[in-house]
Design a protein. Structure first.
Length: 248
């Protein structure tokens, strides 16, 4: 069936629909159970010690990695990519999407876990970006310690890293990047439940299903009219996106 040039799933009676959904549910449950098994294996990974005195910059000046825990036992840190001296519209669209979905931290805190964004750029201009976006999670610049914090990994790439504190000692227990950071993302998880999914070119969808690039003409699924998608609502609300980089 075609409507307005777009393909739609076949229409069936309720019993047929439920039978197909029940068959898919078996696979979904297997996927969930495998995810549980992977999480169990992740909890059994060995750790590597990290210098707890590594220097970062926070809103009140210099701090250490240990300070970022805020006294809690665990820390989840998102390493936000940054293009120094570049305007807001040119900052990382992926980091803007993923970091922006981490809002309610009380449940993490109830498990003795702190979440913090460790920006890979300077504090002053990146904190202005945080304020422009209206985020209130803890925010630090890790710029001066990146080579050590991300040893063996690509500086300038987004990373999600988990740490454990034992007294004044800090250990790295897990890290991921690429699609691994989708653990922070509920938007695409919700889209995955819909008929048309994420509407990205790489998805395995039936012929004729809408693709965002065909609708908007933009190849970057995270941007609209050249900016990270989430920025537009902030501009419409009258917020300034001045990062202090003009003329730099």
């Amino acid at each position: 069936m075609k409507i307005a040039g777009k393909q739609f799933p076949v229409v069936v009676d309720r019993a047929t629909f439920q039978a197909e959904l029940d068959a898919l549910r078996v696979r979904e449950k297997a996927h969930t159970h495998e995810g549980d098994a992977i999480a169990a294996a992740r909890r059994r990974l060995p750790m590597v010690e990290v210098d707890s005195t590594l220097a970062l910059i926070g809103p009140h000046g210099p701090v250490t990695l240990l300070d970022v825990f805020e006294g809690r036992r665990q820390l989840i840190a998102y390493y936000f990519m940054w293009y120094a001296s570049r305007p807001a519209g040119e900052q990382c669209e992926g980091c803007t999407l993923y970091n922006g979905q981490v809002r309610e931290l009380s449940f993490l805190h109830s498990r003795d876990v702190t979440y913090a964004t460790l920006c890979q750029g300077p504090f002053e201009e990146s904190a202005r970006y945080r304020d422009f976006m209206g985020w209130d999670m803890p925010w630090y610049s890790a710029q001066q310690s990146l080579d050590t914090l991300l040893t063996g990994r690509q500086v300038g790439m987004f990373h999600l890293v988990c740490y454990l504190r034992q007294g004044d000692r800090v250990f790295e227990s897990y890290w991921t990047n690429g699609r691994g950071v989708e653990a922070m993302d509920n938007s695409n998880s919700l889209l995955d439940l819909t008929v048309y999914g994420r509407q990205e070119a790489w998805e395995d969808s039936p012929a004729g299903w809408p693709r965002r690039s065909e609708i908007t003409g933009e190849q970057d699924g995270y941007r609209t009219d050249g900016r990270p998608i989430a920025q537009w609502s902030r501009l419409e609300a009258g917020r300034s996106d001045d990062l202090g980089t003009a003329g730099v």
